[in-house]
Design a protein around this ligand. Structure first.
Ligand code: NAP
Ligand code: GCO
Length: 259
């Protein structure tokens, strides 16, 4: 059996209407998985289902805010009844607010923490009992360079993603005995709607990040697909609590030396 196959598996990728989540879903579908995703509005879900269909994928879409605990449990119950037991969970849904800390309101800070950290906790907690009953499961949390590094204006996001790294390690410790592997992927700078403001032509950040990345380019969701299939497949059955950074070398790099 191909240890990277996802044949017969059901994968829930949160916030997968587009961006990284959509890319991971297409990779999981190509590896044989049944795709389930959620988003905040029926309009987004319907639009995404049509996009998946155009890509030859029959995706199951649900309207659900990952911060709404009752809604998440209702969604997981609905998925279990309508599609089957979730084998693979990717906690992908997330937001960022780029505001200098001194100007950021506590409300803004709380919203980022709620979606990017509380959300993965809530969805993992709702899915885990089904995985425990089945005797196996894969949970993959989408972390970030900001799980390890800081930069101006992203205090809430870095706090959330740093917390998500440690939540990943902690849930790995609690659930490994049930044959549930909990790991993370830490993408570098990836070209998606979330980073579009940083990639505008001539934006100083665009030049900065290409100089800060040894691979000298922005990543794309496709760069994350192989690592995500690995962590969702039996090829990673003895990998627990690991954050797999897919960053073109950023975390290994002190920075371009002056010529
Ligand atoms: P994106 O393009 O902004 O997409 C985020 C997705 O999450 C959207 O579909 C959004 O839905 C959904 N979402 C937001 N809040 C939600 C909530 N409360 N409940 C359910 N869904 C929600 O982001 P992305 O660039 O694909 O990033 C995906 C993940 O990777 C995020 O966790 C991000 O932090 C992380 N990441 C991104 C990068 C990067 O460079 N792009 C690098 C490292 C990590 P709506 O459209 O309806 O709002
Ligand atoms: C930012 C970017 C980053 C990326 C990603 C890097 O404003 O610095 O949005 O945070 O989204 O998290 O790994």
């Amino acid at each position: 059996m191909n240890q990277f196959s996802l044949e017969g598996k059901i994968a829930l990728i949160t916030g997968a209407s587009y961006g990284i989540g959509y890319g991971l879903a297409t990779a999981y579908a190509a590896a044989g998985a049944t795709i389930v995703f959620n988003d905040l509005s029926q309009e987004s879900v319907d639009k995404a289902i049509a996009a998946y269909k155009a890509d030859g994928i029959t995706a199951h879409g649900y309207v659900c805010d990952v911060t709404d605990e009752d809604g998440v449990y209702a969604m997981v119950d609905k998925i279990t009844k309508e599609v089957g037991v979730i084998d693979i969970l990717v906690n992908n849904a997330g937001i960022i607010k780029r505001i200098p800390a001194i100007e950021m309101t506590a409300k803004d800070f709380r919203q980022v923490i709620d979606i990017d950290l509380n959300g993965p906790f809530i969805v993992s907690k709702a899915v885990a009992p089904h995985m425990i009953a089945k005797g196996a499961g894969k949970i993959i949390n989408i972390c970030s360079m900001m799980s390890e590094l800081g930069r101006e204006t992203v205090s809430a996001y870095a706090a959330a993603k740093g917390g998500l790294k440690m939540l990943t390690k902690n849930l790995a410790c609690e659930w490994a005995e049930f044959n549930i592997q909990v790991n993370g992927i830490g993408p570098g700078y990836i070209a998606t709607p979330q980073t579009a403001p940083l990639r505008e032509d001539g934006h100083p950040f665009n030049t900065f990040i290409i100089g800060r990345t040894p691979a000298a380019r922005w990543g794309t969701p496709k760069d994350l697909e192989g690592p995500a299939v690995f962590l969702a497949s039996e090829a990673s059955d003895f990998v627990n609590g690991h954050i797999l950074y897919v960053d073109g070398g950023i975390l290994a790099y002190i920075g371009k030396q002056p010529k």
